[in-house]
Write a protein that binds this ligand. Structure first.
Ligand code: F6P
Length: 334
């Protein structure tokens, strides 16, 4: 057996599953795949409510195949979720490790993003048998090409951009859409390219307010009927700063700027086919890893295949957006 936290009692393998961090569309598909694949493999399955907070508090409950029925099409997470800061402390982790021992858990599956997988890596380093599943709308997690929830979140942003284009083309107002993604511009870049916006501002590349204004003016000068900018929430000049700039320079620019912050709306979409399949494939692969006792691994999608990467390699690392696509976006917005 791997560790004291993973003590096997009378040959029974008991798998606990939790979701952690920010909810992401497709998490339910992953939960369903974990629960049903694990039962098929002979595990007893328990769910942990509300992420690491529930883990530390010993909030465990047995879970059967029927409990994950009718959830594959739902956004959010059936298990509940939290951001649990005490896991960053030795004391908080000790509570979690103790709960795993007390509930005789032989493997813990953590469905979540960057912070959650860093937590999983820390628990594993301290003796817990843990397997991670890559899930965050931000898609900045190292160890996966794409994470559960990202494509559905992009679709939500795209719907907003498409709707704003209708009103933007009717009156001479520029629109700015602020997109989530924390310190990573992936969601914004994809939404900007697929939405055909005039400006894409990312945390990875600084764009000055004056340059954004000039690009929007130039769009009108070229005869465009609309001028739309997408700004990542983590960009150096955020939506509020830009709104202030446009307000101050309104007379000179000759048009107004209206701002829409998508915020948490972006996490609430029903998972599209990609996120349902991704959740399903990664969930099943995580159970394969649990069965083969490949603990301390993050299961992500790499080169089109579910692939394991050591949690120790994933912890604290992020993957920036591919800014080479900005050049293409610029050409296509002409
Ligand atoms: O990590 C997912 C995410 O939605 C980020 O895009 C965003 O910055 C953050 O979570 C918001 O966090 P919270 O839901 O805790 O407000």
């Amino acid at each position: 057996m791997h560790s004291s936290a993973g003590t096997e009692i009378g040959g029974v393998q008991r798998l606990a599953v939790l979701t952690s961090g920010g909810d992401a569309p497709g998490m339910n598909a992953a939960i369903r795949a974990v629960v049903r694949s694990a039962i098929e493999r002979g595990f007893e399955v328990v769910r942990v409510r509300d992420g690491y907070q529930g883990l530390a508090g010993g909030d465990f409950w047995p879970m059967g195949r029927r409990e994950v029925g009718g959830i594959i099409q739902l956004g959010g997470t059936r298990l509940g979720i939290s951001r649990y800061e005490p896991l960053k402390t030795a004391q908080g982790r000790e509570r979690a490790l103790r709960a795993l021992r007390e509930h005789e858990i032989t493997v813990l599956v953590v469905i979540g993003g960057n912070g959650s997988q860093s937590g999983a890596a820390a628990l594993h380093a301290e003796g817990a048998p843990v397997i991670g599943i890559a899930s965050t709308i931000d898609n900045e997690l190292y160890g996966t090409d794409i994470s559960i929830g990202a494509t559905t979140a992009i679709d939500v942003a795209l719907q907003a951009i498409d709707l704003l284009r209708v009103t933007a083309a009717s009156m001479k107002r520029a629109f700015l859409v602020e997109v989530m993604g924390r310190h990573c511009g992936y969601l914004t870049l994809m939404a900007g390219i697929a939405g055909g916006t005039e400006v894409i501002a990312l945390p990875e590349v600084d764009l000055e307010p004056a340059s954004i204004a000039q690009t929007l003016c130039a769009a009108y000068d070229r005869g465009k009927s609309h001028a739309i900018a997408v700004i990542a929430e983590g960009a150096k000049y955020d939506a509020d700063t830009l709104m202030q700039y446009f307000h101050e320079h309104r007379d000179r620019l000759g048009f107004e700027l209206r701002v829409t912050k998508l915020g948490h709306v972006q996490r609430g979409g029903a998972p599209g086919v990609f996120d349902r399949m991704l959740g399903t494939l990664l969930g099943a692969a995580a159970v394969d890893a649990a069965f083969e006792r490949r603990y301390g691994t993050l299961i992500g999608m790499r080169d089109g295949k579910p692939t394991g990467t050591l949690l120790a390699e994933v912890a604290g690392r992020t993957k920036p957006a591919d800014t080479r696509l900005l050049e293409l976006a610029h050409v296509l917005a002409m």
